[in-house]
Design a protein around this ligand. Structure first.
Ligand SMILES: Nc1ncnc2c1ncn2[C@@H]1O[C@H](COP(=O)(O)OP(=O)(O)O)[C@@H](O)[C@H]1O
Ligand SMILES: [Mg+2]
Length: 319
């Protein structure tokens, strides 16, 4: 098959995408496919048309690649592609939308309140902050609705921290959320469609363990070496099954296809699981969670790439 690998782009996660793309390219070549690499730019549609691939493997993270824009374009020009379609990408990329859908469906997600810039500028949202702080308690988490890799996420320990945290989040997105802080363990469950595409399966749970107690600097924490990943996570079987069940429920709720990764927190006091967000296109680098989880399930990197590729052309383009 001729596969176009879409990587790079101008999102803040460009560097991760370049590494994901390189890994995928190597795997596709080992699998005997013809590959064309396209670094996403304003020439994208033209370049994909000229390459005439049988399928596009989207190795983009963050804005444009993961938010449905590229999927929309590929659908419009009739090129099949890996992973979720535009609607699921939009639901995953917007943490606020995803959390509303989860809350409405009864999926446990930490309590939250969300605002856009207009609410502050034109509706006096600042006057509601005290009530929100009161209901969420401290510390609380402030994050932009979009973005990933912990960019723009701040922890506010008291009222004084809130304005600065909001400002930081607003520098990444026009919409932000304030969320209840869950003290506990950081878990992730990747989901993969079965070979015939008829059902999705949850892979073993991965736990991200920070090396130090630097709870408030999540951007640094996510740099290679600052976080250790344990897979399968050391959890009672029942709890692992519960996390996997939640991940599958969310995967279906958001309408994902092919693969995705659901991030959760395990509350250390109550033992409850809380779903934070879903990544429609999680990382594919050597240290990324999806390849690690697949490996723990006996699915090597090449097989993972091959499975994801096979799940692509079966979908009807554009939906
Ligand atoms: N409500 C929360 N309580 C505690 N920790 C959180 C909370 N929200 C986010 N975090 C921490 O920040 C990390 C990134 O948050 P997440 O919502 O997954 O955004 P993204 O991965 O897109 O940056 C989480 O893995 C977790 O460690
Ligand atoms: Mg996350």
């Amino acid at each position: 098959m001729k596969v176009a690998i879409l990587k790079g782009g101008r999102s803040l996660e460009r560097q991760v995408s370049l590494r994901s793309g390189a890994q995928i390219e190597d795997a596709l070549q080992r699998l005997g496919h013809e590959t064309v690499v396209i670094d996403v730019s304003p020439e994208l549609v033209k370049q994909v048309r000229e390459a005439k691939p049988d399928v596009a493997f989207i190795a983009l993270h963050g804005r444009d690649g993961e938010d449905g824009a590229v999927q929309e374009l590929l659908g419009a020009i009739g090129v099949p592609y890996t992973g979720s379609g535009p609607s699921a990408c939009i639901r995953c990329a917007d943490k606020v939308l995803a959390k509303h859908l989860m809350r409405d469906a009864g999926v446990p997600t930490p309590e939250f309140h969300s605002f856009n810039e207009t609410a502050f500028r034109e509706l006096g949202a600042a006057a509601a902050l005290k009530d929100i702080e009161h209901s969420l308690g401290f510390p609380l988490v402030v994050k932009p609705a979009g973005q990933g890799s912990a960019l723009g996420i701040k922890f506010a320990r008291s009222s004084e921290d809130v304005p600065g945290a909001l400002l930081a989040a607003f520098s990444y997105d026009r919409k932000v959320l304030l969320e209840r802080y869950v003290k506990g363990r950081d878990l992730a469950v990747s989901v993969l469609d079965s070979l015939d595409g008829s059902e999705a399966v949850a892979l073993p749970v991965v736990e991200a363990v920070p090396h130090d107690e630097d709870f408030y600097d999540f951007e640094a924490r996510y740099q290679i070496g600052r976080t250790a990943f344990v897979c399968p996570a050391e959890l009672p079987q029942e709890l692992a099954a519960q996390a996997q069940g939640l991940a599958l429920q969310v995967y279906k709720l958001l309408g994902c296809r092919g693969f995705a990764r659901v991030d959760l927190m395990l509350d250390q006091d109550s033992g409850e699981l809380w779903v934070l967000e879903t990544n429609a296109i999680p990382g594919f680098t050597e240290t990324s969670l999806l390849p690690q989880a697949a490996d723990a399930a006996g699915i090597g990197f090449d097989e993972l790439v091959s499975r994801i590729l096979l799940s692509a052309p079966m979908r009807s383009g554009g939906t």
